[in-house]
Design a protein around this ligand. Structure first.
Ligand code: SF4
Length: 189
C-alpha cells in the first residue's frame, strides 16, 4: 500500500472536487484571509498530511499564505514549528493522526474560528448560502439541510458527497480523510 503524494499545486482544485465541507471551508478561509487560528491550523494541517502532502510542501503552502500578512521571520518563529510538529518533527515527535468526524463534531468552535464540522457548527442560513455558493440548490440542498437540522451531521455529509459527485452511493462518512479517499477512488474510476 504505497502512499500517494499529493502536490500542493493541486490543492485548489482538489478542495473543490474531493475535500469534505469542513476542509473545503478551512482551505477557502486560509486563501481568503491568509491566516487560520490554532484549531483550524491543526485540523487542516493534519488532514493535508493525511492525504499525502509532504512536510516540505506544507511548509511552502502555509508560508506562502501567512507571509501575505506577516514578515517571514514571524512565520518561521511562531508557525513553522507547529507545522513540523504535526509531522512529528518537533517536540515529542509523535506521528499525530488526522482528526476523525467524531472528534471534529465534538470540538469547541469559538467566534472567528472556522474549524469544526460545518453541519454541526455553522448557522443554518450560513450553511444554506455556502451550499448555494457551491452550486448545491433544490432537493439536494434541502436533503442536506434536513439531516443537519435533525442532528445527523455525518449523514448530511454523505448527502453532500453524493450531491458533489452526482451519485447516490450513501457512503457512511466517519473521517475527512476517508471522504477524500472515496472521492479520489470515484474520480479515478
Ligand atoms: Fe468533515 Fe466529518 Fe463533518 Fe463531513 S461529517 S464535514 S468529514 S467533520
Amino acid at each position: 500500500d504505497v502512499k500517494v503524494t499529493i502536490p500542493i499545486e493541486s490543492i485548489n482544485s482538489l478542495s473543490v472536487k474531493s475535500f469534505p465541507f469542513c476542509m473545503r471551508q478551512l482551505h477557502e478561509q486560509l486563501r481568503s484571509v491568509h491566516h487560520l487560528k490554532h484549531g483550524g491550523r491543526l485540523q487542516y494541517g493534519l488532514f493535508l498530511k493525511g492525504i499525502g502532502v509532504t512536510l516540505e510542501d506544507s511548509l511552502r503552502f502555509w508560508r506562502e499564505e501567512f507571509t501575505k500578512i506577516m514578515e517571514s521571520d514571524k512565520f518561521e518563529k511562531q508557525y513553522a514549528y507547529n507545522i513540523r510538529y504535526n509531522y512529528g518533527k518537533e517536540g515529542s515527535k509523535k506521528n499525530y493522526a488526522p482528526f476523525n468526524c467524531l472528534k471534529i463534531i465534538n470540538t469547541n468552535v469559538g467566534p472567528g474560528e472556522c474549524h469544526g464540522c460545518p453541519f454541526r457548527h455553522s448557522d443554518l442560513n450560513v450553511l444554506k448560502n455556502k451550499l448555494k455558493g457551491y452550486g448545491l440548490e433544490g432537493q439536494a440542498a434541502n436533503d442536506i439541510v434536513d439531516m443537519t437540522k435533525k442532528g445527523h451531521y455525518q449523514i448530511a455529509c454523505s448527502k453532500y458527497f453524493d450531491a458533489i459527485h452526482n451519485t447516490d452511493l450513501g457512503i457512511g462518512i466517519n473521517h475527512p480523510n476517508q471522504y477524500f479517499e472515496e472521492s479520489q477512488k470515484l474520480m479515478k474510476g
